[in-house]
Design a protein around this ligand. Structure first.
Ligand code: FBP
Length: 250
């Protein structure tokens, strides 16, 4: 079956609003406004994001608003809290079947290559990818090298390795942390072959610096951005989204 990747792209490019940080980081990231998932759905709608990313709990409880927004949904199938400090492992918390039932246009899964548990995540990913693809659902892999076996590799080397892992394991899109060097990202994009690359937003930084970096990123062959904190922690998420749209879609 053909994978329906165009459902989460616009003219081949991507702008995703990520909101799984409540699980991954805890509510320390939130304020009175962005603590409410309804506000995030509103930002995604007004900002014409190409998809929004939730864990299954929010997808289920706010299903009516998500549906009404018409913004495609990516459900993150695994996750972890930041309370446990051992070797990174992100266990599956939602199945492909459940995600489809909740209206997901795509599913997402994090892998921490270099962790003691990487083989578990790789094998869980394989089952997810097989099932999702058999139903035409695209798979987005968050690939974040971490853990005790990383060794002395540089950020750039790890970024290219992550991109290549994505291609090898059958991801349609890989979400990467940017090393900060455009030449290194170009190499990562080459390594991904026909798998597409989106860049993760990261911690909130000054808006001018953030936008400058996105301009740089969009010249490397990466197709866009999966951003959370830099948008919903911004003083004016709608305005910032408009600027991001201009950079990404022209
Ligand atoms: P941000 O734009 O807020 O960095 O979100 C991207 C993301 O990948 C989220 O999907 C996830 O919750 C978070 O970053 C994980 O970040 P980390 O593992 O580095 O703490």
């Amino acid at each position: 079956m053909k994978v329906k990747i165009n459902k989460i792209l616009r003219r081949g490019r991507a702008l995703y609003l990520a909101y799984d940080q409540g699980l991954e980081h805890g509510p320390t990231e939130f304020n009175e406004e962005n603590v409410n998932p309804e506000r995030i759905i509103e930002i995604a709608k007004k900002g014409r994001y190409t998809a929004m990313i939730f864990q299954k709990g929010i997808a289920e409880k706010y299903r009516d608003l998500i549906k009404k927004s018409k913004i495609p949904l990516i459900i993150k199938l695994n996750g972890k809290t930041n309370l446990y400090k051992g070797e990174p492992m992100s266990e599956q918390l939602c199945t492909v079947k459940e995600a489809i039932k909740l209206g997901a246009a795509a599913v997402g899964y994090t892998i921490y290559p270099g962790s003691e548990f990487e083989s578990k995540m790789l094998s869980e990913f394989e089952k997810i990818e097989r099932e999702a693809h058999s139903k035409g659902i695209p798979v987005v892999a968050w690939i974040y090298p971490r853990g005790k076996y990383i060794g002395k590799r540089t950020k750039g080397e790890l970024m290219a390795y992550s991109a290549r892992i994505g291609l090898e394991i059958g991801a349609d899109i890989v979400k990467l942390k940017y090393s900060g060097k455009p030449e290194e990202l170009k190499w990562a994009v080459k390594n991904a072959g026909r798998t597409k690359i989106v860049i993760s937003g990261g911690v909130k930084v000054e808006e001018k610096k953030f936008l400058q970096e996105i301009k740089e990123i969009m010249k490397t062959g990466a197709i866009g951005l999966a951003v959370g904190r830099n948008v919903w922690k911004s003083k004016n998420p709608e305005k910032l989204s408009e600027k991001l749209r201009k950079i990404i879609f022209g």
